[in-house]
Design a protein around this ligand. Structure first.
Ligand SMILES: [Zn+2]
Length: 208
């Protein structure tokens, strides 16, 4: 029986040129896609680049070029790398493409219309490396332990997703649907995070 196999690599962050780690991940996905095609499955393999974020902005500034010029150059390197490795991806998506922006906008609008997104001012300690506000628990000796950076005090107006309202049914769904998250240890990790209040999630960045 023909099944549907939808596979995606991570969309790679374009702060730098592709390296062996990206190639490894993409080749693994390609092997899996080829296996599914041989098995007669309706298969789709996606890869691409994530071209938004403060780190991209900073990398472009360091390279001395406009962000769009910078990401165009790095994205092109990824396309050429996968051609050289004969990766059989069906599509290559860039988050700066209009077709991507349109879908994300439509999804967020629907979630907003359902009342799950609201606007609020938020003040906290922000790690530039993590690109997010840290909780008190995450800060060790006044620093982000992952980046060894002192977080900055920032106040931002942001859109928030009402995550806490969805914790219970999501945890129930994960528990009652074996294989929903694989491998199982990651399902357990997510369940552990969902077992206590997560706070609402900041899902935007201010336009500066
Ligand atoms: Zn950090």
């Amino acid at each position: 029986m023909s099944r549907i196999a939808y596979l995606t690599t991570p969309i790679y962050y374009v702060t730098a040129q592709p390296h062996l780690g990206h190639a490894y991940t993409t080749v693994v996905a390609d092997v899996l896609a080829r296996y599914h095609r041989l098995d007669g499955d309706d298969t789709y393999l996606l890869t691409g680049t994530d071209e938004h974020g403060e780190k991209v902005f900073t990398a472009a500034a360091e390279a001395g070029v406009e962000p769009q010029v910078f990401v165009d150059g790095v994205a092109e390197s990824y396309v050429r790398a996968w051609q050289a490795l004969r990766i059989s991806n069906d599509d290559f998506i860039r988050t700066t493409e209009t077709r991507h922006v349109n879908v994300v906008t439509a999804v967020l609008q629907q979630v907003y219309d359902q009342g799950d997104i609201y606007f609020d001012e938020y003040e906290g300690l922000y790690c530039v490396g993590c690109e997010r506000f840290l909780t008190d628990r995450e800060i060790v000796d006044g620093k982000c332990p992952d980046h060894n950076l002192v977080p900055e005090k920032r106040k931002e107006g942001n859109y928030f997703f009402r995550m806490d309202q969805h914790r219970e049914w999501l945890a129930d769904h994960i528990r009652s649907t074996p294989g929903f998250i694989r491998p199982e240890r990651f399902a357990n990790e997510v369940l552990s995070i969902l077992s206590e209040p997560t706070g609402d999630l900041s899902i935007s960045r201010p336009r500066t």
